[in-house]
Design a protein around this ligand. Structure first.
Ligand code: NAD
Ligand code: UD1
Length: 338
């Protein structure tokens, strides 16, 4: 298949492009590089031994997108990763988040209708469940996101669901990711956050590298066995494989298809930290800090639907996630900007 990947230079996008190429698909990337580097795409090409067609363009730019779709009349489907994703920043810059993430989804929907493209896979998030019973199951009623970022995921899901009603031949796949971590085992591609990381694994990794002084554990008085929050960490390569599987299974199967992509296993902040230290044989200083606003004590996926229907399940464990994160960190101490 010929797949247009928005946000394909980013963290999850780059790993997915590699999996797509390996599975024999052709890849066209559209990315404005607002949170990524062209070098990620170069490295994916090297790893796969195949080339990618790359456009530096903004998915909210309708004219630029129309020109790309007019140029490539053989596109079979879209994977839509492009978006802004920092929860805290979305509270401070809501206009930017709603504009970028919602208009991007709207423009792509318009292109699909205009150019007769029937397949789209969308990067959603477990954040759409809000505070809910665990494990989170696809059939649950969705929660109320507490921040603009989460709202953009809920709204984009709704836009695509409505588009699928209006265009009954479309296949809309909504993939709800849990907590993606890790990097490709080659150490060539990984997560390269700009500035101080917001998420736990890149923060641990930068403390271990001596770039940050210590980890702040946000709360140890949650109602969990060790008092720290529990999440469902999933290796980014498992996540990437999940996209390829979803695309191959569901292309041209009309309707809306929703899947959790997680492991189904909960790991606490303290467990992740000690696993990282043990696997990589190093010490990560930490301190207990106050709870972070908006955090939920514990959530993890019911990942059985993806296994049942797609034949996909996450196979890489916490040790692999910690090892691959650290390999990427040590081989690329400043991300792609060496
Ligand atoms: P990322 O920031 O590494 O990748 C996003 C990519 O989109 C970047 O390359 C960025 O330059 C590009 N982009 C952003 N706005 C754009 C625009 N208007 N036009 C063109 N390109 C644009 O983030 P990621 O972690 O790879 O996340 C990918 C997707 O998955 C996002 O939609 C994110 O919200 C979603 N998601 C991520 C996580 C996570 O923990 N990383 C969890 C759940 C959902
Ligand atoms: C966060 C977002 C979520 C988004 C996800 C993936 C919030 C409230 N939620 O999820 O919407 O989909 O990222 O991008 O931001 N932690 C520390 N110290 C740190 C960083 C994190 O103790 O320096 C703790 C957090 O309190 C949390 C856990 O580690 O309990 C995981 O945090 P994080 O990696 O930010 O992911 P989520 O909060 O699950």
């Amino acid at each position: 298949m010929v797949i247009l990947v928005t946000g394909g230079a980013g963290y999850i996008g780059s790993h997915t492009c590699l999996e797509l190429l390996r599975a024999g698909h052709q890849v066209i990337v559209v990315d404005n590089l607002c949170n990524s580097s062209r070098e990620a795409v170069n490295r994916v090409e090297k790893l796969a031994g195949k080339s990618i067609i790359f456009y530096q363009a903004d998915v909210t730019d309708e004219a630029a997108l129309a020109a790309i779709f007019a140029q490539h009349t053989n596109i079979d489907g879209i994977i839509h990763f492009a978006g802004l994703k920092a929860v805290g920043e979305s509270v401070v810059k809501p206009q930017q988040y709603y504009y970028n993430n919602i208009v991007g989804t709207l423009v792509l929907s318009k292109m699909m209708a205009q150019f007769g493209i029937k397949n789209i896979v969308f990067s959603s998030s477990a954040t759409v469940y809000g505070e809910n019973e665990i494990p989170f199951v696809e059939t649950m009623s969705l929660g109320v996101p507490t921040n603009p970022y989460g709202q953009t995921k809920l709204m984009s899901e709704q836009i695509l669901k409505d588009m699928a009603v209006a265009h009954q031949e479309w296949s809309v796949v909504l993939l709800r990711y849990f907590n993606p971590v890790g990097a490709h085992e080659s150490g060539q591609i990984g997560e390269a956050p700009q500035g101080i990381p917001n998420n736990l694994m890149p923060f641990i990794s930068q403390v271990a590298a001596g770039r940050l002084e210590k980890l702040n554990i946000f709360g140890n008085d949650y109602p969990t066995p060790d008092g720290t929050c529990i999440r469902d960490y999933i290796h980014v390569c498992d996540l990437a494989e999940g996209h390829v599987r979803a695309l191959e299974k569901l292309a041209d199967k009309s309707g809306v298809h929703v899947y959790n992509l997680g492991t189904g296993q909960g790991t606490s902040v303290m467990q992740l930290l000690t696993a990282f230290e043990r696997v990589n044989q190093l010490h990560v200083p930490y301190t207990i800090a106050p709870r972070r606003a908006g955090d939920i004590a514990a959530f993890y996926a019911d990942a059985s639907k993806a296994e049942r229907e797609l034949g996909w399940r996450a196979v890489r464990d916490i040790e692999a996630m910690c090892r691959d994160t650290w390999r990427w960190q040590t081989m690329n101490s400043h991300g792609y900007d060496q």
